[in-house]
Design a protein. Sequence first.
Lengths: 149, 149
Amino acid sequence: MKPEKRYSLSGLKKTFAELPQIRRLGIQYLKLERGHCLLQVGYSQEMVGNQDTGLIHGGIITTLLDTAGGSAAFSTVADGSSVATLDLRLDYLTQAKPGAAIMGLAECYHQTRNIVFVRGYAYHHSSKKPIANFVASYMVGSVGFNPDV
Amino acid sequence: MSETTNSLFHQFIALKRAGEFEQISDLIPYAGVVGLQLIVESAGLTTVLRNRPDNIANTVLPAVHGGVVGALLEHAGIMHIIYECDITRFPKIINLSIDYLRPCLGTLDTYARGYTIKQGRRVTNVRIEAWQNDSSRLVAAAHAHFLMD
């Protein structure tokens, strides 16, 4: 069976890095391989959810990991396919350290024609000491993207 | 201790008692970044995510970044608890599970409301629903656990 052509990794990285919300938060691509994505976001005052503690808002973690998961999913599907988040779950294992950059790691662990299954972590220095655990599934095709559905 | 009485938590509670709950958003830097606001009506509390070009991730539709939709749901869940419950400290999120039901269009405001499913002594389970121009057509729904003590 002839393998399907997939998106170019450099093209995906370039497209994603230019998306408005990804630019707004300053999310950086450290690595994008087939089914694997590592991102980084620096700490800034405007990400803060609690000014007393300096803790970032959980939305930063959600956005970082959904971006990593979506990128990992896009890297595995056929060129021209769309990918849309179907669901995601986050477990907040420990609080992020105020001032420290956060990594977002996602890997596809299973893929069917319709769905890409992804899991990952947010962490500071080591994925063995995660801040948050992440599981998500992404729908392949165009159904999830059709506004008339 | 002046530090305690001026704490962010006490500022929140003071605004709630003064009937100025909506002003809480001004105390949260991240709320300003993505445009999270609060509306108090007789029906209860609604959390709003304003449509902002920077919130977009899918530029074709255009659609709001799934992570920012997640931020709205998490924010609405926490604000629901602070608004509805008698609390002595901020609820701490344990986990969050989001279903993406329809495209969240970047040209529209998005609204979210929390519902307490169970309030226990230590943990509260909240369901959160988000919609755009038609409240009977949800764009996303979530359930989350918060540690209360």
